[in-house]
Design a protein around this ligand. Structure first.
Ligand SMILES: Nc1ncnc2c1ncn2[C@@H]1O[C@H](COP(=O)(O)OP(=O)(O)OP(=O)(O)O)[C@@H](O)[C@H]1O
Ligand SMILES: [Mg+2]
Length: 262
């Protein structure tokens, strides 16, 4: 990233400790520092239980760090939810609401009137491959469509930063590849700053400007790898020697930490 612009997001020495089960505190985040430039796409990868979702909950303002600070555009935003749209790891669409009503929920929670929220969200349906499914219920959608609907709900909030915690985790690999290509396209059309949690090294390399690796708990940043591959990145990009070298670096780094990647 370039360092002469004010970062969209600056995390300084974030520590999060939970009360442990037997009285000893559980230290989950052990001083996470990271700056993300406006428009940058950063993936966070690390062992299961490392603290990735904990970190995203802090950035989303749903939880406060035990110590440390979060700045947005140079201003303190620790504990503030206003700057980011968050798609949590288990993002559920309400089964009794239509896709349109589900997608408008984020805006309604922000205080936008229902009719206006639905009108704004309706315009996004074609780009999310969901035109014609506005009045369907979630059970009528495929897994990939459900994930796109959950992403639509996130994006519809109109926040400058997107926080996506394993948005494609539960999908088969073909659907996943389609959605990765699609996300790359819509990201390029907008000026979103995006942070993505994934366990998938290829997904991280395909989508990101930088990949940040966390250690096993308590989590620290052990590597921030620049991905300077040209965009858009298609199948060809993922089969070239540069991609393979980056993949290998990440894989070696993750296995050296002594834990499986998943
Ligand atoms: N509210 C909480 N209270 C107590 N402990 C918590 C709380 N939230 C998370 N933890 C603990 O923090 C640790 C990290 O959890 P977290 O969900 O952040 O991991 P993760 O990296 O997202 O894992 P995964 O890849 O499996 O999603 C776990 O040991 C978890 O039990
Ligand atoms: Mg998680």
């Amino acid at each position: 990233m370039t360092h002469d612009v004010v970062p969209r997001l600056r995390l300084s020495d974030l520590v999060r400790t939970f009360p442990g089960r037997r009285g000893e505190p559980l230290r989950v985040l052990d001083g996470i520092s990271l700056s993300v430039a406006p428009g940058e796409f950063v993936s966070v990868i690390g062992p299961s239980g490392a603290g990735k979702s904990t970190l995203f909950n802090l950035i989303a303002g749903l939880d406060r760090p035990t110590s440390g600070r979060i700045e947005v555009d140079g201003r303190d935003a620790t504990g503030s939810p206003a700057h980011a749209a968050y798609m949590p790891q288990r993002d559920l669409l309400f089964p009794w609401r239509t896709v349109l009503a589900n997608a408008a929920l984020g805006l309604e929670v922000q205080g936008v009137r229902r009719a206006e929220a639905r009108a704004r969200v309706r315009e996004l349906f074609p780009r999310f491959g969901l035109a014609g499914f506005e009045d369907a219920h979630p059970f009528e959608l495929s897994g990939g469509m459900r994930q796109r609907a959950a992403l639509l709900r996130t994006v519809a909030q109109g926040r400058p930063t997107l926080l996506l915690d394993e948005p494609f985790g539960a999908l088969d690999s073909l659907t996943r590849m389609e959605l990765q290509a699609w996300l790359q396209e819509v990201w390029a059309e907008h000026s979103w700053t995006a942070l993505l949690v994934t366990h998938d090294i290829r997904e991280a390399l395909l989508l990101s400007d930088r990949v940040v690796v966390l250690s096993p708990r308590p989590a620290r940043v052990t590597l921030a790898l620049e991905v300077a591959l040209p965009r858009p990145r298609g199948i060809e990009a993922t089969t070239g020697p540069e991609f393979a070298a980056l993949e290998r670096t990440l894989l070696e780094h993750l296995t050296r930490a002594g834990r499986p990647v998943g």
